[in-house]
Design a protein around this ligand. Structure first.
Ligand code: MG
Length: 350
């Protein structure tokens, strides 16, 4: 019998600067890092959720305690392993994403193959990521925009208070492509139509999750009346949401932490394409484990917003590199992170 172990440890990602959204401001994100170890091969994963979702270190630990690693690794396919996890408990998507990522990393390493190759990617040329600017004073947001010149696209968080003022000030100092994310912060449809038209005149090319979750009709009015894509984020958690959102949104933001990992994200990509929806591949505040994992699917989407690891000061490891605003997949094995002593130390593995 091979020795099989499942390791997990709490980890707190410290943000370089306080990060503001319409949900509030925070300076850290709590989560867990995990490792699956079998016969000397180690696959890594992680789970990080902002506080406005319903998972935390306690719920993740409780879920991990119920996972039997020998059982998890006894299946012939990732799909069956994930079914086993779904049988343990519903929900817990970030915890499941951690295990899904570790499984993919582990299997890729066993087969000397990158996860992107496992999902059929042929093109490994560098791809752009947008860079996110959180809600803050206009002065601070301009300062952050100036410091992010290497990125082709800035994703600006808005909270519905002074949105036109913020975008106008940023548009004054840059020609970069601008996306906005209201994080459910808009309420009145007439005001949203007016603000959108002013933002678009200022150069905004995409609007994410304008209204509260579930307010599909308002999203559709916006979609039908503005010429930039309206993208669902908080409104799309998993596969089953896609068909019901197709009439109301132009596209969806897929994040591994929301949907439960790489396998599910790829299924969602295929489903969204069936409905001719655009796809933004996004992230939470995550370390290079989660970002490198998501980057494996970059060849299948329209835009990448994979900057979570750039916003933290205590990354867990080295992974996919961001150079001049471009992420470069280099065809490594698994999810493409560097497995060193420091990372092993965090999890007490190897
Ligand atoms: Mg968003």
């Amino acid at each position: 019998m091979l020795s099989q172990k499942f390791h997990y440890a709490p980890y707190s990602l410290k943000l370089k600067e306080p990060f503001g959204t319409a949900h509030g401001t925070r300076d850290s994100t709590e989560g867990m890092i995990v490792a699956i170890e079998s016969d000397g091969v180690i696959g890594y994963g992680e789970a990080f959720m902002p506080p406005y979702y319903d998972e935390n270190q306690a719920s993740m630990t409780a879920f991990f305690e119920r996972v039997n690693i020998e059982h998890l690794l006894s299946f012939d396919s990732i799909a069956d392993s994930l079914k086993y996890l779904d049988g343990i408990a519903i929900g817990n998507n970030a915890a499941k994403a951690a295990i899904d990522i570790a499984l993919h990393d582990f299997i890729g390493k066993c087969n000397a193959q990158s996860v992107s190759a496992m999902y059929g990617a042929k093109d490994v040329s560098p791809f752009e990521t947008s860079y996110t600017i959180g809600v803050d004073s206009v002065e601070t947001m301009i300062k952050k925009a100036r410091a992010a010149k290497e990125f082709t696209t800035l994703k600006i968080k808005l909270d519905g208070t002074n949105d036109v003022e913020v975008i106008s000030a940023i548009a004054d100092i840059t020609d970069q492509q601008l996306f906005v994310d209201a994080n459910q912060g808009w309420a009145d449809i007439d005001k949203a139509l007016e603000i959108s038209s002013r933002l678009i005149k200022l150069g905004v090319e995409l609007i994410e999750q304008p209204f509260k979750k579930g307010q599909y009709k308002k999203a559709k009015i916006l979609k039908d009346n503005v010429e930039v894509p309206i993208i669902a984020d908080e409104d799309v958690q998993g596969f089953s949401d896609i068909s019901k959102l197709a009439d109301f949104y132009d596209g969806i933001n897929i994040k591994l932490m929301k949907c439960g990992g790489i396998f599910e994200a790829f299924r969602m990509i295929k489903e969204a394409r069936k409905h001719e929806m655009k796809i933004l591949l996004g992230c939470m505040t995550e370390s290079s484990i989660g970002i490198s994992a998501a980057a494996q699917l970059a060849g299948h989407v329209d835009w990448c917003d994979l900057d979570g690891n750039l916003l933290i000061k205590n990354d867990t490891c080295e992974g996919i590199k961001c150079v001049d605003g471009f992420l470069s997949p280099e065809g490594e094995k698994g999810i493409g992170i560097i497995d060193d002593k420091a990372l092993r130390g965090l999890l007490n593995v190897g």
